[in-house]
Design a protein. Structure first.
Lengths: 216, 308
């Protein structure tokens, strides 16, 4: 068997065979197709989890390779924390088994005392970056930035209870910005991405979409 | 050719403030309400009022599908919304005979909801006494693992929700049988049987998905009204579907929206505390926006011209 057949043609054939059945269910009111779609929903969940597991494996090996390439103190700290957390979580999972592991007190302690705080810190840091970006980027130097600034400010003011309470019209202005110009823009973006997704999906189903083919 | 060494004037300095000063300023501003709540007044917006009215105006015997939206990484924004919504649902009087079926779709939710249901979101005693008859908790289910599973759940809940947290098969639960009997097919629990779907997400493309699968999906279309719990960033994505005759009847945008709902219902919680933080963070944003533009226009109109 040629490499092209295994790496390109066969995957495209499998995608087409399974994918067209799901598309057909939208247009053909046949109970067998609905049962097929529901079965595929479960099957893709299984495949998705398998892909996640494979991706996790590659992520771990990539972190190890990074540590081998870059033997500095900061890298040891970063990679060391990563592997320490990984060993701790995997250890708990294997000791207690699934689903007891994620429902047990150890996993809950890890979730509340490590994961929640560091994840919220990441979310909070993102806010700081956004504030810095507002300062640096939102300068009224062109018509586009003036419009963006006006709409952004209207929405920010609407979101701040202090201004809504004391300045009349702030709530109405913010709601109008979200409900009129922003709505038009969102609808335009949704239509564009929907049509684009449809085209990419159909091209993938017939094996013509280059971005989904590993082999040309 | 002579070149003057470029010296930074006041406008350059204003326009290139070190980011560290900006970050420290914001951290201080947002820390103040944590030390001492300010109690800045608030106003209830029309979407929050609509959110509350949609729940209160449900007819007798209605069925609510309640997605327990838990994301611990944004719990400061998500938590107040979920908790105040849950409290409003638990406050529905017993004589309205409203059935609530809930599920979680994240592993965070599986962990957090167990704790919430004995604390902040503890059901009233009459609900606890009638578990399985007036409410059901399916626990962590792969309802929205993908759009396929989401659509499959709308068509038949048992495709993803096989049993509740006590391992009772779905169609053996009295509440599920009662809800399934509301619309044909009478032995299948699907989107046709519910009167309201309270759904939460901070994925800004999720309004498209939930409307596609639970409003326009099905033949004939389900037309299941949706209340959307989300964060402020995703409000523009929900707007195309918002309206009294549209799919999304109302939405709650993060802690600020939760604060409004807490004010409306008198159920004080974390949202009200977060409102002060939002206020000061927003003020800081406006101040630095103004500084940046003062620097820009000052440089443009009053700045020294370079001589080469």
């Amino acid at each position: 068997m040629s490499t092209t057949l295994i790496r390109r043609d066969l995957p495209v054939l499998i995608i087409a065979l399974f994918g067209w059945g799901i598309v057909a269910e939208l247009f053909v009111p046949w109970p067998v197709l609905t049962q097929y779609k529901n079965f595929m929903a479960t099957f893709t969940t299984i495949m998705g989890n398998a892909a996640f597991g494979i991706g996790t494996f590659y992520g771990v090996t990539a972190e190890y390779n990074m540590l081998k390439r870059n033997r500095t103190l900061p890298q040891f700290i970063v990679s060391g924390s990563f592997f320490a957390m990984l060993i701790m979580v995997v250890g708990v999972s294997f000791i207690y088994g699934f689903p007891n592991a994620v429902l047990g007190n150890e996993y809950k302690w890890f979730t509340y005392n490590f994961y929640t705080w560091q994840a919220q810190a990441q979310y909070g840091v993102m806010f700081l970056y956004q504030c810095g970006a507002v300062y640096r980027v939102l300068r009224l130097r062109s018509m586009e930035t003036i419009v963006i600034s006006f709409c952004g400010l209207a929405f920010i003011l609407r979101s701040i209870p202090l201004f809504v309470s004391f300045i009349p019209g702030v709530m109405e202005l913010g709601d109008w910005v979200v409900g009129a110009p922003s709505l038009g823009g969102t609808r335009a973006a949704t239509l564009t991405t929907s049509i684009g997704s449809l085209v990419v999906g159909l091209r993938a189903l017939i094996g013509k979409e280059q971005t989904t083919l590993e082999v040309r | 050719m002579q070149q003057e060494a470029k010296q930074k004037d006041i406008w350059d300095k204003l326009g290139t403030i070190d980011y560290r000063y900006i970050y420290v300023t914001f951290i201080i501003l947002m820390f103040i309400p944590i030390l001492s709540p300010l109690g800045i007044p608030m106003k209830v917006g029309p979407t929050t009022q609509a959110y509350y009215n949609t729940i209160n105006d449900l007819p007798k015997g209605a069925a609510i599908l309640f997605h327990n939206w838990v994301s611990l990484d944004i719990w400061s924004d998500n938590g107040p919304v979920l908790i105040v919504t849950g409290k409003v649902l638990w406050r529905i009087p017993q004589d309205k005979d409203i059935t609530i079926i809930m599920y979680q779709s994240t592993s965070d939710g599986a962990i957090k909801m167990k704790d919430l249901l004995v604390a902040d979101l503890k059901p009233p005693q009459w609900r606890l006494d009638t578990y399985g008859k007036t409410w059901v908790n399916f626990g962590y289910q792969l309802v929205y693992y993908s759009e396929l599973t989401f659509g499959a759940t709308a068509a038949d809940m048992t495709s993803t929700c096989k049993a509740d947290i006590y391992n009772t098969p779905t169609m053996n639960i009295e509440a599920c049988k009662k809800v399934a009997a509301k619309a044909p097919p009478y032995d299948v629990l699907n989107a046709y049987d519910f009167d309201l779907f309270v759904f939460g997400s901070w994925g800004c493309t999720d309004p498209d998905v939930v409307v596609r699968q639970w409003w326009t999906g099905g033949a004939p279309p389900y037309r299941l009204p949706i209340l959307f719990m989300t964060i402020g960033n995703c409000v523009p994505n929900a707007m195309p579907y918002y309206g009294p005759t549209n799919a999304i009847k109302a939405f709650i945008p993060g802690a600020a929206g939760a604060a409004e709902l807490e004010l409306l219902t008198g159920l004080k919680g974390e949202g009200t505390k977060m409102a002060d933080i939002t206020d000061l963070g927003g003020i800081g944003t406006l101040i630095f926006f103004a500084i940046g533009n003062v620097a820009f226009f000052g440089k443009r109109f009053f700045g020294k011209k370079e001589v080469t």
